[in-house]
Ligand binder design. Structure first.
Ligand code: HEC
Length: 119
């Protein structure tokens, strides 16, 4: 009887964890839509949520399209958000607290590849 309960629990646990794993994969690779990415719908919310508490004025102002575009043009926006800096420049990887999820980075890349327009 005891063994039966143990096996039952193990089975339940296994299906739970594999279930979560699968959902995660699906989230990462299945539902990240990088077509029709727009500044207002996709990019601005990512930047508002992760960057403007530090960059809302001064040298780097990411609160508006022109400020974000300036950092696309000098190529530091993608470089910092894709965590491409290394060595002494590692502190320029943004946000410092940790790289954003792949879907956000892929959307950023798609938007830049399409010309980083104010859409
Ligand atoms: C906690 C505050 C903070 C947050 C949040 C933050 N930054 Fe920064 N950011 C900094 C600081 C400080 C520097 C200067 C780092 C250095 O020069 O070593 C910087 C530098 C930069 C630079 C210049 C990099 C270069 O090559 O000179 C860019 C671009 C940038 N941040 C973009 C962003 C973006 C985009 C986000 C959101 C994804 C973000 N930051 C979030 C504080 C922050």
């Amino acid at each position: 009887m005891k063994i039966g309960i143990t096996i039952c629990c193990l089975l339940a646990l296994t299906s739970l964890t594999t279930g979560c794993y699968y959902d995660n994969e699906e989230y990462l690779y299945g539902t990240c839509d990088t077509s029709n990415v727009t500044f207002s719908k996709d990019i601005k919310p990512i930047i508002d949520g992760n960057c403007i508490n530090c960059h809302s004025g001064g040298v780097i102002d990411l609160t508006n399209y022109n400020g974000v575009k300036a950092k696309v043009l000098d190529s530091t926006l993608y470089k910092s958000m894709s965590y491409s800096y290394s060595g002494a420049n590692s502190s320029k990887n943004m946000p410092a607290a940790g790289k954003l999820d792949d879907c956000s980075i892929n959307k950023l890349k798609a938007w830049i590849d399409e010309g980083a327009i104010n859409n």
